[in-house]
Design a protein around this ligand. Structure first.
Ligand SMILES: [Zn+2]
Length: 1009
């Protein structure tokens, strides 16, 4: 008889080779086909909500590996909360407007235009000479078409196409990562409904008096021709010309005030000078000239300017305010003012040249002492005359039109100003100066500070009357205390939010405490228009009712309507019925800062989408909980969590907080979780721009990683890292995680392969009837479940990874799976012992699939399909409830003893194998000496369990002996042909002379179960 065929050998169709790259797309199709996301939402209808609100990535380019990290972390949380029974809808979003898109589109359009234009222009000019020639008309039409190709409408339609194109690409790439969400109904910031709600929120803010128009220095990008927000500025090393300049003192021949600057181009805009009233100043005689400067800087300045011989005498600080200086190259004079807050002792000369149109300190001083906010620079970044000063006081003709934009480290404007200084002998010293200087994040060029008319949100605004706002919004808002400034209210609101990690609270507080007023207007085309008008005098009209009317119009037609219709048409459509103020003659061409777009998602998404509202019961429960603690209650629309990179304290977290607090009366989030960045082996941030500069061999896109490893390995790798710190990207690290993946997969496969004949409904063994070994492993697994749930709840996914992979490697692979082979394969198929172990394996594989599902979204679901008697088609539809399997204290103590004894016995067995005393462990007979109160005494009580744990054929216990603990002999008897154990009884059965008693029984029952 072929006894091998009577063994219960493992079998399963769950493949050993993962082949994720090829297999995962099939699973995605399946999820799509069954409408998994919709199904889950329907199943969880009415359950407690958990809303993680998606921060929208830019609809531009492929999904970067850093963006993949963010989306995977979000998905792990959403999947976990869903498994724990929450209703956790996930609505992905895209940020569709903005400079990156417009910049690229304009460049492409510009190239096309340039390629076509010279020909058309030549033809047009040639033929225009004869106006009667029909060809000249044709050329004229072409000309106007070319012009049209760069019109705002054309740019906007190209931008929209580009954004839609990349939304499609990114949607596919995000889905490929296994991220489950409402991909068919994402929120897009260029949707007309989104834009309309954004404008309604803006109208509420306008109505409360937050928004003002002011001339103020803003960050200005010359190539992008727009003002930049704080978050759009990045600091880079830069070399500037450092110059010491002489300003002649009026009425004191050959006497000069010395200033130091690194921006020569601001000198034409100089209107004053600042000193520090707490400093001591001196007048220094060098040759036949006298220089006034701060005594503390004299040694440094003398060294730079090469003064070997000089005399110094004190200059009364009190007299400084009486001086008047002559501008070195403009026909005007200026005065000196105290500027103690910003005139410092560590650099320069103790005097700061003041150009109120080009610096914040300068601007504030200018306002205080009544200087014009003079900024003689065009949008294109060239020097110009303005109406702020009389003609005779303006800069020399030679400077007009000179560009501030640097090429190869030099700008025309700086060079021209230096030339003016040199020819007038006003330049005392010049050298290169290395410092960190703000640059435009997009064009990577140095920004300038430039005063211009912009719209601002006032951060220190005193909040408007609360009761009015409440009535406006059907009580869904809570009010600010009317006494506080908005900044104070924002700081107080920050304290109501949970920040993880907890240093986040300091970071956002610092950002809010120090931030200037928010410049919200952009001179760009691809954005939501600011629905403002101008009257005949050029005075702006910004009115909440007009903004609301514009929102209604845009909800119908989209925001293109603002660009397509004339000012007169728009005014007649939007003017409130009872309008009694001035009439508009022009419309605003400004768009809103894109941070207003994404920052308005509290109104456009959280409040608008029904599935995101917390139930009344849940909100009131939270209300009671928090009211007792003296806290403000949560509102039904407030999201449970925002989760973005730690740079968003300056960006989206802040813009969302400020807009929601100003317009909705509360922060849009209860918890804010931040993650670090993907860094390379040199701990440098992996950025898109570094990619373009050829910094990496391979593209750092999500797709590149998924195509090599599969999404589940990328997900497992993300989970393996403590995301609160930066995450190091390296092939070695991922390869290591891939090794862990194989161990996990093999464990699942082993469990499934031993359940092929197990029907949980028929064969499940009750807890108290399970064998000791099974009870032990389930007890350990129950502890694991508690630890894993705690780690998930604390958002410590690396702990989940460590705990699960440790359990699989040690408790399962090294012990349990190994030990149970004998009983699974050789016991009668339907024996109690085998069914007990199958019951256990069934529980283990069910629990493992569920606890791994948030991370290994594909593999856990793949394995789930093979789980017998499963209660749902997809693991993602199930509810993960811990088994809470409890074992008694004495049971645990006994098993602890057995494992300790096993640990001391296994090396002995290994030594005997090495010495060839025995072949396989099953050839061995162990003789254990038993002394009172030792592990051996326990082992004697549980002989069968212990024998199975060490996998030998026989264990004998010897009393009264002393050392050694155990001896290893070759087993007596003969080897059973079927189970390979050595038994005395082999040979005593007539029908099956080569089998042991247990195997005889198994063979008799074979085929009967
Ligand atoms: Zn046997």
């Amino acid at each position: 008889m072929d006894y091998k065929s009577t063994l219960n050998l493992p079998r399963t169709d769950f493949p050993m080779r993962a082949d994720l790259v090829a297999r995962e797309p099939g699973r995605l199709k399946k999820w799509e086909a069954i409408g998994l996301y919709r199904k889950i939402q329907a199943q969880r209808a009415g359950a407690e909500k958990f809303v993680l609100h998606d921060g929208p990535p830019f609809a531009n380019g492929d999904v970067h590996i850093g963006t993949a990290l963010n989306k995977i972390l979000k998905d792990i949380i959403v999947k976990y909360k869903t498994l724990r029974g929450f209703s956790a809808p996930y609505i992905p979003g895209w940020d569709c407007h903005g400079l990156p898109i417009e910049f690229k589109v304009s460049q492409e359009m510009g190239k096309k235009f340039e390629a076509q234009w010279p020909q058309a222009r030549q033809k047009f000019e040639d033929l225009w000479k004869d106006k009667s020639d029909p060809a000249s008309v044709e050329a004229g039409i072409k000309y106007s078409e070319q012009q049209k190709s760069l019109s705002p409408e054309k740019i906007r339609s190209e931008c929209e196409k580009s954004a839609k194109h990349f939304i499609e690409i990114q949607r596919v790439q995000f889905k490929r990562l296994g991220v489950l969400g409402d991909w068919d109904n994402p929120y897009l910031t260029f949707d007309k409904e989104y834009e309309a709600e954004e404008l309604r929120l803006f109208a509420d803010i306008v109505e409360q008096g937050f928004v003002y128009r002011g001339k103020k220095p803003v960050y200005w990008s010359i190539p992008c021709r727009t003002a930049l927000a704080e978050a759009e500025v990045e600091y880079q090393d830069h070399v500037s010309p450092s110059i010491y300049v002489k300003f002649p003192v009026v009425g004191r021949p050959k006497t000069f005030v010395l200033i130091w600057t690194t921006t020569p181009w601001t000198l034409p805009a100089n209107l004053a000078m600042a000193y520090n009233s707490t400093f001591s100043y001196v007048q220094v005689r060098v040759g036949d000239e006298n220089y006034i400067l701060f005594r503390g800087r004299l040694p440094a300045v003398a060294e730079k300017c090469g003064w070997s011989n000089y005399e110094e005498k004190p200059f009364s600080t009190g007299d400084l305010s009486k001086l008047e200086f002559q501008h070195p190259f403009c026909n005007r004079t200026g005065k000196l003012f105290a500027g103690d807050a910003f005139v410092t002792s560590d650099t320069g000369t103790g005097f700061v040249h003041i150009a109120p149109g080009h610096g914040l300190d300068d601007y504030n001083l200018g306002l205080k002492v009544g200087l014009p906010i003079y900024s003689p620079v065009t949008d294109h970044g060239t020097l110009t005359w303005t109406k702020d000063l009389p003609e005779e006081q303006q800069m020399p003709d030679s400077l007009i039109g000179k560009s501030l934009l640097e090429k190869h480290g030099k700008s025309e404007a700086n060079e021209a100003v230096l030339h003016e200084l040199r020819v007038r002998h006003a330049l005392l010293h010049q050298e290169d100066y290395h410092h960190s200087y703000p640059h435009c994040w997009r064009s990577k060029t140095p920004i300038i500070f430039r005063a211009m008319d912009q719209w601002f949100i006032e951060i220190d605004h005193v909040a408007a009357d609360v009761s009015r706002r409440k009535s406006n919004s059907e009580g869904r808002q809570r009010g600010l205390t009317s006494a506080a400034t908005f900044r104070q209210a924002a700081l107080a609101e920050i304290d109501r939010v949970t920040w993880i990690p907890d240093w986040g609270v300091n970071r956002i507080k610092a950002a809010v405490e120090s931030r200037p007023d928010w410049c919200i207007s952009r001179q760009r085309t691809w954005g939501v228009p600011i629905p403002a008008f101008y009257d005949a005098k050029g005075e702006p009209i910004l009115d909440a009712q007009i903004v609301r009317n514009a929102a209604d119009l845009i909800e119908q037609h989209g925001s293109n309507v603002w660009f397509e219709k004339s000012a007169a048409e728009l005014w007649s459509l939007l003017k409130p019925k009872n309008w009694k103020s001035v009439e508009a003659v022009n419309k605003s061409n400004d768009t809103l800062d894109v941070w207003i777009d994404s920052g308005s998602s509290s109104r456009s998404v959280l409040m608008r989408r029904g599935e995101l509202q917390h139930t009344v019961a849940q909100a009131s429960r939270l209300h009671t909980e928090t009211e007792n603690a003296g806290e403000t209650p949560a509102l039904p629309w407030q999201s449970d969590m925002y989760l973005e990179g730690s740079d968003q304290h300056r960006g989206w977290f802040q813009s969302s907080l400020l807009l929601s607090l100003a317009g909705n009366g509360a922060a849009p989030f209860k918890t804010v979780l931040t993650h670090g960045f993907m860094v390379d082996a040199d701990r440098e941030k992996i950025s898109k721009s570094k990619q373009h500069q050829g910094g990496y061999e391979k593209p750092q896109t999500a797709e590149a990683y998924v195509k090599k490893w599969g999404a589940d390995i990328v997900r497992l790798w993300v989970s393996s890292q403590d995301f609160r710190n930066d995450i190091i990207v390296s092939e070695e690290r991922i390869a290591k995680v891939a090794e862990t993946y194989r161990v996990i997969r093999n464990a699942l496969r082993y469990q499934l392969s031993n359940l092929y004949d197990f029907d949980p409904a028929k064969h499940t063994v009750a807890d108290d009837k399970l064998t000791g070994l099974d009870r032990w492993v389930l007890g350990e697994f129950s502890k694991l479940e508690q630890e894993v749930i705690k780690a998930y709840d604390d958002y410590e996914f690396h702990v989940v990874y460590q705990k699960v992979s440790q359990f699989i490697a040690v408790e399962l692979s090294a012990i349990y799976h190994d030990v149970i082979k004998d009983r699974l394969y050789t016991d009668p198929a339907n024996s109690h012992r085998r069914r007990s172990t199958q019951t256990t394996l069934h529980r283990l594989v069910t629990g493992l699939c569920q606890m791994l599902a948030p991370i290994l979204a594909f593999t856990a679901d793949e394995a789930w399909e093979f789980v017998p008697g499963k209660n749902a088609n997809s693991v993602h539809e199930t509810v993960f409830k811990p088994t809470n399997f409890s074992t008694t204290g004495s049971e645990q103590a006994n098993w602890k003893s057995l494992f300790e004894l096993r640990n001391s016995v296994l090396p002995e067995l290994e030594r005997s194998r090495q010495a060839k005393t025995i072949g396989k462990a099953l050839e061995a007979e162990l003789v254990i000496s038993v002394a009172p109160k030792t592990n051996a005494e326990i082992a004697e009580k549980f002989q069968d369990d212990f024998r199975e744990l060490v996998n030998v054929s026989q264990v004998k216990f010897k009393h009264g002996g002393v050392l050694p603990v155990c001896t290893v002999n070759k087993s007596d008897g003969q080897k059973c042909e079927r189970c390979w154990r050595w038994e005395m009884e082999v040979g005593s059965h007539k029908e099956h002379p080569t089998l042991c008693g247990r195997c005889v029984e198994a063979v008799k029952q074979f085929g009967k179960a």
